[in-house]
Design a protein around this ligand. Structure first.
Ligand SMILES: [Zn+2]
Length: 148
């Protein structure tokens, strides 16, 4: 027997839009609701994961894209002609990326210039107790203790 509250209790949160939905009982571990954009997000997440983990799939996808490009050599040229605003946006973004990179390099030089750490051998000791307990490799704060 199914109690009236059961349906509400079985609702899950969509991994994309975060809304609550009742999963289809025929789909195991359903994480996305049935909305069009959520299903699209599910597919692209699946494909991203597949490309990362399945080398055959990745090679096959690349092969498909290559042969498609060979069959449609002027597609992107035509697309750019039809979407001139994209070229403008792209050039602007490129400019931002370039100046950001330049600034980062400038900052790095300044840091190196003012660095007071002397050349030598050091022990890297994680600062937090939790980091020591876990020997967390991602611990960002470390103490430099001279071995001399
Ligand atoms: Zn959703």
């Amino acid at each position: 027997m199914v109690s009236p509250g059961r349906e509400i209790m079985n609702k899950v949160r969509c991994a994309h839009c975060r809304c609550l939905f009742v999963p289809n009982h025929r789909i195991k571990n359903q994480r996305y609701c049935s909305k069009k954009e959520c299903q699209r997000a599910r597919k692209s997440a699946w494909q991203r994961r597949k490309l990362e983990t399945d080398l055959d799939y990745k090679a096959n996808q690349r092969e498909c894209q290559k042969s498609w490009s060979a069959r449609n050599p002027d597609y992107w040229q035509r697309w750019r002609a039809q979407n001139p605003e994209y070229g403008i946006r792209n050039r602007a973004l490129q400019k931002v990326r370039r100046s950001r990179r330049r600034r980062r390099i400038a900052k790095m030089d300044a840091l190196e210039l003012h660095s007071k750490i002397k050349t030598g051998t050091y022990y890297l000791i994680p600062v937090t107790v939790e980091a020591v307990a876990k020997m967390d490799a991602s611990a960002q704060k470390v103490l430099l203790i001279s071995s001399a």
